[in-house]
Design a protein around this ligand. Structure first.
Ligand code: AHG
Ligand code: MN
Ligand code: MN
Ligand code: MN
Length: 346
């Protein structure tokens, strides 16, 4: 008979992080940082879950005046709540030097009142804002960088590091279940929130994206605004079995990047948000630092690929905190196919 032990074999996020620290792959400070972000995300999950009962739906800003963020978007109440929760939770732990967010004009250095750590935290506090009011999955995306040596009070320029410099990236998805998907550079792992216990539990160790797929994700309503490579690529996907790709493709578009990327990490696919005539002046729709880079690290760590169409996403040298980029990520061979259409048009 097996020897009885105290352990049930279940691995909590806490245990996972302690084991990574013991193996020398993360520092105690990075472990604390992830714990704090995970705790903040549990708070956001509760607010999201209350919906209309919590008075959290709808637009931010009072007296009929919309509150517009630095991205030029009307903020939802939950964009602001989630941003505040993340700022507050991370303010006093001593593990950070500064934070930056989709919802804030500039990065903020940690106050002098608490000790400063060596990490920089970047986040999209609430991803998929347009889905809040219709009860469809939304999420939080985060990325962790090191504060440059000798910098005690980081400014925006200190955050402008390529995605390869990320020491950790992750997202939570607030869907039928709340999940945290995380990488500290040693694979991509999924944790599911046990709501009764209040802990994230490891439910998939080593997520792997199949290299081939028959599923793509894009906002098709932008088709007439796309550039030539994207027109040609999607045209061939839609041509199906009898076209040059020789197989039929299915399409999905949740319009919450977290939900679309979560599906791809779970069963494969390609996610695209290309350059189009509406966003060309901004360089794309999605944000490099809060969306593209953390998702690209998670996808690469799961065996997938991520590109701007012309360059590996993680090698893009950022020049602006709120920089936008075209995004192609997911199943390796499909991303390579999409990239080939771009090179064919160069
Ligand atoms: P956010 O809610 O953080 O501003 O991000 C929205 C993003 C992303 O989640 C999604 O993939 C995309 O915008 C949807 O864009 P469309 O509404 O143009 O389809
Ligand atoms: Mn937004
Ligand atoms: Mn977003
Ligand atoms: Mn957002």
């Amino acid at each position: 008979a097996p020897t009885p032990t105290a352990s049930t074999g279940a691995v909590s996020l806490t245990r996972y992080l302690i084991e990574e620290q013991r193996a020398g792959r993360i520092s105690a400070d990075l472990r604390l940082l992830v714990e704090v972000v995970a705790r903040a995300c549990k708070t956001i999950s509760i607010a999201v879950g209350k919906g209309a009962l919590g008075g959290v739906l709808g637009e931010a800003g009072g007296a009929g005046k919309a509150s517009i963020n630095i991205q030029g978007e009307a903020q939802k109440k939950l964009d602001v709540i989630a941003n505040d929760v993340l700022l507050e939770a991370n303010a006093w732990g001593g593990h950070l030097a500064g934070m930056a967010s989709e919802e804030m004009d500039h990065s903020v250095p940690m106050s002098d009142a608490s000790p400063r750590g060596n990490y920089l935290l970047l986040f999209d506090p609430l991803d998929g804002s347009s889905n809040i009011d219709v009860n469809i999955s939304v999420g939080t995306i985060f990325s962790v960088l090191r504060c440059p040596d000798g910098v005690t009070s980081p400014v925006d320029a200190d955050f402008l590091q390529p995605g390869t410099a990320q020491v950790c990236a992750g997202y939570t998805t607030y869907g039928p279940s709340t999940m945290l998907v995380l990488t500290v550079g040693n694979g991509t792992h999924a944790f599911t929130l046990d709501r009764e216990v209040g802990s994230f539990m490891l439910t998939t160790r080593g997520m792997t994206i199949p290299a081939q797929t028959r599923e793509f994700a894009v906002n098709m309503s932008n088709q007439r605004h796309w550039q030539a490579p994207m027109q040609a690529y999607v045209g061939d996907l839609l041509a199906g079995k009898d076209g040059p790709r020789g197989k039929d493709f299915n399409m999905r578009w949740v319009a919450s990047m977290v939900a679309d990327v979560h599906r791809i990490l779970t069963r494969g696919g390609i996610f695209t948000y290309p350059l189009d005539a509406k966003c060309a002046d901004k360089g794309g729709k999605l944000r490099l630092m809060y969306e593209a880079n953390p998702m690209s690290l998670l996808v690469e760590q799961a065996g997938g690929a991520a590109s701007t169409g012309r360059q590996r996403m993680l090698e893009v040298q950022p020049v602006h905190l709120h920089q936008r980029v075209p995004v192609f990520l997911g199943s390796k061979h499909e991303v390579e196919a999409a990239v080939a259409y771009h090179h064919a048009h160069d």
